[in-house]
Design a protein around this ligand. Structure first.
Ligand code: SF4
Length: 688
């Protein structure tokens, strides 16, 4: 029997932005999801989206607006109508603004959907109403700051060149788990050209397992490794001096500065051996078709931007940018030239407002004067596409803030997340299968649109519509609030000199790839003088003038001898998919990966519980010995909701809201902790 299908696009915060072919076995229901045609994704999707029906038709989907009837965070709600819910939200936002001025209202969102239309409506409302701004720092800011410092442009070499590379370096990423398509291209290069794969990561990920060399360095020491690699390239005449003279700012200063950044110096900082560093440096310097894929992992550290800049200097020293299959990539997001005026309401003159750092939602909501920037307390919030109670750092502080009786909180969500449990009003949101949107990508160069493939589940409504309905109640006027989603997509595309919505839909996507010279920066880097900057203009005190190791991390000490990292799980995407039974079953349970000798020293065997703690909190997880992790490092993968932890507290109770230098960014992999064996039954016995 043939099953009807429809085309869609994956909305999740993943570099692949896959085109999808969705089976429609009966009206109102989706079935199996397959990969659609596109040169980058090659018709492949990840397992969690292949079974997306489990998520879309999950019995726990929110299907009606709800009003809180219990204590904040308790999760007791009663159904109400959409009109009651929207009237109440508009009233409470207006009352808060009348009392303390519009900046007391803080609309908060992130990348629960990557679709531009459903993401941007809240920003347009914010601008028109003069509500507080949000610094969107929680994911890519530290990486982007480091990359832009050197290249000055937010793109790199198209990953589709990887099959023509002789060496692929994956630095701080785990594509075998989180970017299946990139791994496919790497496998092609290995099969066809015998390309080598090197992985730089503080633990042995599935990608590192496949590598020819795994550099298992201490977290936050990537800048030191990069400096030593460049030292060797200069020392052994592997640096491309002609390239540097033509395309970079100060190669002589860099060479002099790196004289003392020897492999011995870096070995003491990184924990790697001198031989490992030498071998990698010689391989990298001698292989001109080397493709460096820079991930986000190593940017999530107080020195993350400085480290990322240091790593981005490697192809500028080796001259790899000149060669097919050579160069580097951090994000492809900058190849899309969308005019955002209509999306963000930029045609409306905006009042100057303060910018609140979304990664510091804990300090903001608990009235840290530095964060409030001289403005009023935040007393009203509308949250879309984000679950800060679980994903933001310093969860304990975030929850204290969300539990404030004087804070009005409305959350528009697909599921009853831990953030939604704190809400006064919860609104049911559509999934990408139920609304239209416009998608770019940060892993490839294809622009795509998607129409809804089924009707909204229950009474759920799309972000765009909900914000338009609130705007009308609040008196916010803008043409964007009058349009439906498709009309808006069409107008944004036409304003950007691109094919309209229908045409793009028929085309199945538009490749916005840059030509070779531009992608490889042979027509110049993004700075005014067209040169790569070894000496960035950080515009901040205390940062090194040239690539270096910046010792500002939360370094281990006697009381906290371990460093905690919190990488993603293959089966979740932040907290999305944690509601799916299959994903949960595959992910297992919250687990600490610990070096076997560290496990032995703790007296913990596989499956035993361990307590991980610092001055903020302590959490309980099961231990799993892993030989491929540096001594003194502990990794807890995935953002499991708190309820899945034996002690009721999740991993972000331990992480800090300190910003990465100099431009901000959450520092999820930069936490010193202690570890202790944990015997809950014995502990219960003692307290009884
Ligand atoms: S989560 Fe990533 S790999 Fe999976 S379908 Fe979505 S875009 Fe593709």
């Amino acid at each position: 029997m043939t099953v009807n299908t429809a085309l869609s696009v994956c909305p999740h915060d993943c570099p692949s932005a896959c085109p999808l072919v969705v089976e429609l076995p009966e009206p109102g229901r989706i079935g199996r999801v397959h990969g659609g045609e596109m040169a980058y994704t090659g018709g492949v999707v990840c397992a969690k989206v292949a079974r997306y029906a489990e998520r879309v038709h999950h019995p726990d989907r929110l299907t009606t607006p709800l009003k809180r009837v219990g204590a904040k965070g308790e999760g007791k709600f009663a159904p109400i109508s959409w009109d009651e819910a929207l009237d109440e939200i508009a009233l409470r936002l207006r009352e808060a603004a009348d009392r303390l001025g519009p900046q007391t209202v803080w609309p908060y969102f992130y990348a629960g959907t990557m679709g531009h239309v459903q993401q941007s409506a809240i920003n347009r409302l914010r601008r028109i109403m003069g509500y507080s701004e949000q610094a969107k720092t929680i994911c890519s800011t530290a990486a982007s700051t480091g990359w832009m410092a050197g290249t000055g442009a937010k793109w790199g070499v198209d990953p589709r060149e990887i099959p023509e590379s002789d060496l692929i370096v994956i630095w701080g990423a785990n594509p075998a788990a989180t970017q299946v398509h990139l791994m496919g291209l790497i496998n092609q290069a290995r099969k066809q050209r015998g390309a080598k794969l090197v992985v730089v990561d503080p633990y042995r990920t599935p990608t590192a397992e496949k590598a020819d060399q795994h550099l298992c360095l201490r977290p936050g020491t990537d800048g030191a490794l990069a400096c030593a690699v460049m030292h060797v390239m200069f020392r052994d005449d592997l640096a491309d001096r002609a390239y540097m003279a033509r395309y970079t700012d100060c190669p002589e200063r860099l060479e002099a500065h790196l004289q003392s950044r020897t492999p011995q110096w870096a070995a003491a900082i990184t924990g790697l051996s001198v031989d490992e560093i030498e071998a990698f440096a010689r391989l990298y310097g001698a292989t001109k078709r080397s493709y460096l894929r820079s991930g986000y992992g190593y940017s999530r550290s107080r020195n993350g931007s400085v480290n990322l800049h240091a790593v981005s200097c490697l192809p500028a020293v080796s001259g790899a940018w000149r060669h097919k299959g050579g160069g580097a990539c951090q994000s492809m997001g900058g190849v899309f030239d969308l005019r955002r005026t209509l999306l963000d309401g930029l045609d409306v003159p905006a009042a100057p407002v303060r910018i609140l750092d979304m990664s510091r939602i804990g300090p903001v909501l608990t009235h840290d004067p530095k964060d409030l920037a001289g403005g009023p307390a935040v007393t009203a919030m509308l949250v879309q596409n984000s679950n800060p109670a679980t994903v933001a750092p310093d969860s304990g502080l975030v929850r204290r803030g969300l539990a404030r009786d004087d804070l009005f909180l409305a959350v528009h969500e697909q599921f009853m997340t831990e953030t939604a449990r704190f809400a006064d009003i919860v609104l049911p949101a559509t999934t990408s299968m139920e609304h239209a949107d416009l998608y770019t990508s940060y892993g490839h160069t294809f622009l795509q649109v998607a129409k809804p493939v089924i009707a909204p589940v229950g009474e759920s409504r799309a972000n765009h519509r909900v914000i338009a309905e609130l705007a009308s109640r609040l008196g916010a006027i803008h043409p964007g609030f009058e349009m439906d989603e498709w009309e808006m997509i069409d107008q944004v595309l036409v304003a950007s000199d691109l094919p309209g919505a229908e045409e793009l839909h028929v085309l199945g996507g538009l490749d916005c790839a840059k030509v070779f010279e531009d992608a490889h920066f042979l027509s110049g880097f993004g700075h005014e003088d067209g040169r790569f900057r070894f000496a960035p203009e950080w515009k901040a005190e205390g940062l090194p003038e040239l690539p270096d190791h910046l010792a500002v991390t939360d370094a281990a000490d006697e009381a906290h001898p371990f460093r905690l990292i919190t990488p993603p799980s293959r089966h979740f995407l932040n907290t999305s998919f944690t509601e799916m039974p299959t994903s949960r079953a595959q992910a297992g349970r919250p687990t600490a990966l610990i070096h076997p000798e560290d496990c032995a020293a703790l007296g913990a065997a596989e499956g035993d519980m361990v307590r991980i703690g610092n001055s903020k909190a302590d959490i309980i997880v099961h231990a799993k010995p892993l030989a491929g992790i540096a001594r003194g490092v502990v990794a807890v993968e995935g953002i499991w909701p708190d309820g899945f932890f034996a002690g009721g507290k999740g991993v972000n109770h331990l992480t800090s809201a300190d910003p990465a230098l100099p431009g901000g960014g959450a520092v999820f992999h930069d936490t010193k902790v202690w570890l202790r064996a944990c015997h809950p039954e014995r502990e219960r016995g003692i307290s009884a």
